[in-house]
Design a protein around this ligand. Sequence first.
Ligand code: FES
Ligand code: FES
Length: 192
Amino acid sequence: MAPTPSSTTSTLTLDINGEKHHLSVDHRTTLLDALRERLGLTGTKKGCDQGQCGACTVLLDRRRVVSCLHLAVAAEGREITTIEGIADGDDLHPVQQAFLDLDGYQCGYCTPGQVCSAIAVIEEHAAGWPSAATEDVRPESVPPPLTPDEIRERMSGNLCRCGAYVSIVQAVARGARAHEEARTATAEEAAA
Ligand code: FES
Ligand code: FES
């Protein structure tokens, strides 16, 4: 039966991890609640539910957002990636592997958001975006290396109540190195 038009609900198609999901939502539904409560994608965590902890971070068109502050209706037509879509089958993403190898977590509640955020941080940095910790932000300046200070600043929206920050910074640094190696290998293959 065709959905009844309503001034408070909409029928959406959300593109999540490469799959289309059709659902009808109240316009006030956040992307976080749509993912968790409507679609069963509970890898994305709810911490504060007010944009302060980063536990709910997902990628929208490869850029990170806190899904508790993003309405589901505003995510239609965007490419949504949640923690469930980060690995390539059984092969973990290098950032996931680095978190695992370096114990970048304790209870793991913040980890999906940390991993999504870290992937976006690495891409932002590789694209030359400065952060508040970047000393020289002139457009012509050489992009700074992804130092621990840069990682701490860029990841500062993702809190960890277990305080696993030392290992998280190391994991992001290792993930960034893996990303750089993969980029170099791809460029060399293309040039060969
Ligand atoms: S649950 Fe979204 S920022 Fe905390
Ligand atoms: S690992 Fe427990 S909150 Fe971060």
